[in-house]
Design a protein around this ligand. Structure first.
Ligand SMILES: NC(=O)c1ccc[n+]([C@@H]2O[C@H](COP(=O)([O-])OP(=O)(O)OC[C@H]3O[C@@H](n4cnc5c(N)ncnc54)[C@H](OP(=O)(O)O)[C@@H]3O)[C@@H](O)[C@H]2O)c1
Length: 490
């Protein structure tokens, strides 16, 4: 790891007055300082359209840290952070305005001795990503010799393969792939980073991690909340684009990848992208059989999706997807990967469940007694690993019962797992792109997802088809039922 002195930089946040900056980015900066990880030579320049002084902005962020930081606000630490935060009013769609931004940023670099290294964080609506990058380039803002210049792009990266390609061309023309950090904040979560360690640092799991021993894999990410105030965005996105294309396929690739030959970011991402490229493409008929989409309807006092703010009364946007994916390679042939994600579910949880096969050559014949071994990787809100296996019940009767080993990472007193954004911002400063999506991963995911969305166009959904607070449409249960399996309790 590079020494902290090497990380000197100015972080320029486009969207500095936005929700993401308020709830995640500034609290993450504060928490990095608490952990002693923030470089000494560091400054934040937040860009927005509102009329604010530096002091006004700092006061607002002080409140944000109080509300959203994982460490309680400590005045002494805040005093060390606040004087490194600046606010700049600027309309980022106005190319002329960047001529004024260039000398302003140079002034901040000099004042904070950052050496001219910069992170440009685009915490703005996706339609502005390309335009901001081009404006930065046109004004020469990112042309500083002997420095590093990196751009961080929030999701969603495009809304299909074509628009993602267009956006990517604009960005890598200016920043090149190695300086482009496409955020998928799921990758910054503790347990996602732990998946590789659990798999590749334990003799117990990796030898069994294949179609000989694994019956099926279930990946679930569900939330209890609905679309809230994000109806405008969600109407154009839906669960397939918002969750499956990014977070869920990233999770799947970590679970299914082969062991990389080393821990270099590109070697790891080479293995991940192979998984996405090996996903079986679904024909229109196969989409009907293997993909279920849903939209929540009203239930008691809970609103249906179509009653939400900025949502069309006849919206066909899906708030739920369940699908069966297959990875076509020697390791996984014949093993279904069941993926589901939804809003207004009974429980908030992200988990991966690996269900092993029952032993073929069984010594204990009473089928009722034996349950398959199950390994559960809990990503959020609980973090940990749960393993179910069979053991003899105490007593004289020969009865077998499932028992559990449950490692709860965030249950122990004093464990306060870092927020994903802390880890990710720190990695951008260090120049470590392992936890960011590379272009070929993004494009392969879009290719897979586009195929499904295309097939949906010829088949109008009967929405709403599940009630708020339930586990999604019945067809999602049938998807597994038909194969004599069931969604395991999460
Ligand atoms: N919020 C989240 O939890 C979250 C989670 C994951 C991903 N994201 C992604 O992060 C990005 C930002 O989301 P958000 O929720 O923070 O959005 P937001 O609250 O709507 O903030 C938008 C920001 O853009 C600024 N802006 C818009 N037009 C501008 C212009 N012409 N010139 C200068 N500034 C302008 C706004 O400034 P003013 O308000 O001063 O006009 C505001 O700071 C999106 O791509 C979103 O998909 C957000």
């Amino acid at each position: 790891m590079k020494p902290i002195e090497d990380l000197s930089c100015t972080m320029v946040v486009f969207g500095g007055t936005g929700d993401l900056t308020h709830r995640k980015l500034i609290p993450a900066i504060y928490n990095l300082e608490v952990e002693g990880l923030l470089p000494k030579n560091f400054a934040v320049v937040a860009i927005g359209r509102r009329d604010l002084t530096d002091e006004d902005y700092r006061n607002k962020k002080y409140e944000g840290i109080k509300d959203f930081s994982r460490f309680k606000l400590d005045e002494a630490i805040w005093n060390k952070v606040k004087d490194r935060i600046y606010y700049k009013k600027l309309d980022f769609t106005n190319a002329e305005a960047y001529n004024e931004l260039a000398p302003y940023l140079k002034g901040i670099d000099t004042k904070h001795n950052t050496g001219g290294n910069r992170i440009y964080y685009l915490a703005v609506a996706p339609e502005f990503f390309g335009n901001i990058v081009e404006n930065l380039d046109r004004a020469g803002i990112n042309h500083i010799k002997n420095t590093w210049q990196r751009v961080v792009i929030e999701k969603p990266f495009g809304r299909n393969l074509e628009s993602a390609e267009e956006l990517n061309t604009k960005i890598v023309n200016v920043f090149k792939e190695e300086n482009t950090y496409r955020i998928d904040h799921y990758l910054g979560k503790e347990m996602l980073q732990n998946i590789m360690v659990i798999r590749f640092a334990n003799m117990l799991f990796e030898p069994l991690w294949n179609n000989r021993y694994i019956d099926n894999v279930q990946i679930t990410s569900c939330e209890t909340v609905g679309v809230g105030s994000r109806g405008g965005y969600y109407e154009k996105s839906g669960a397939m684009r918002d969750m499956i294309q990014s977070h869920m396929l990233q999770l799947l690739s970590l679970i299914a990848m082969d062991k990389p030959s080393n821990l270099d970011p590109n070697t790891i991402r080479d293995e991940k992208v192979k998984v996405i490229n090996a996903l079986k493409e679904l024909s229109e008929e196969e989409v009907k059989e293997n993909v279920v989409r849903g939209q929540y309807g009203a239930n008691n006092n809970e609103k249906g999706y179509r009653e939400e703010e900025r949502v069309a009364k006849d919206s066909e946007t899906e708030t739920y997807v369940a699908l069966k994916a297959e990875v076509e390679n020697a390791r996984w042939a014949g093993v279904p990967f069941y993926i589901r994600t939804g809003k207004k579910m009974p429980k908030k949880s992200t988990e991966v469940i690996i269900q092993f096969k029952l032993e073929e050559d069984r010594l204990y014949f009473n089928e009722d007694e034996l349950l398959p071994n199950t390994l559960v990787i809990r990503v959020q809100p609980m973090e940990g690993v749960f393993l179910q296996f069979n053991a003899k019940e105490p007593g004289t009767r020969k009865k077998i019962a499932p028992v559990h080993m449950d490692f709860c990472q965030n249950c122990q007193v004093g464990i306060n797992s870092p927020e994903a954004y802390e880890r990710l911002l720190y990695d951008v400063m260090r120049g470590d792109a392992t936890l960011f999506a590379r272009w070929d991963e993004v494009s392969a995911s879009w290719k897979y997802v586009d195929g499904i969305i295309e097939a949906w166009k010829n088949d109008r959904p009967q929405f709403p088809n599940y009630k708020s607070g339930t586990w999604g449409p019945k067809e999602a249960l049938d998807l597994l039922d038909e194969e004599d399996r069931k969604w395991l309790e999460v």
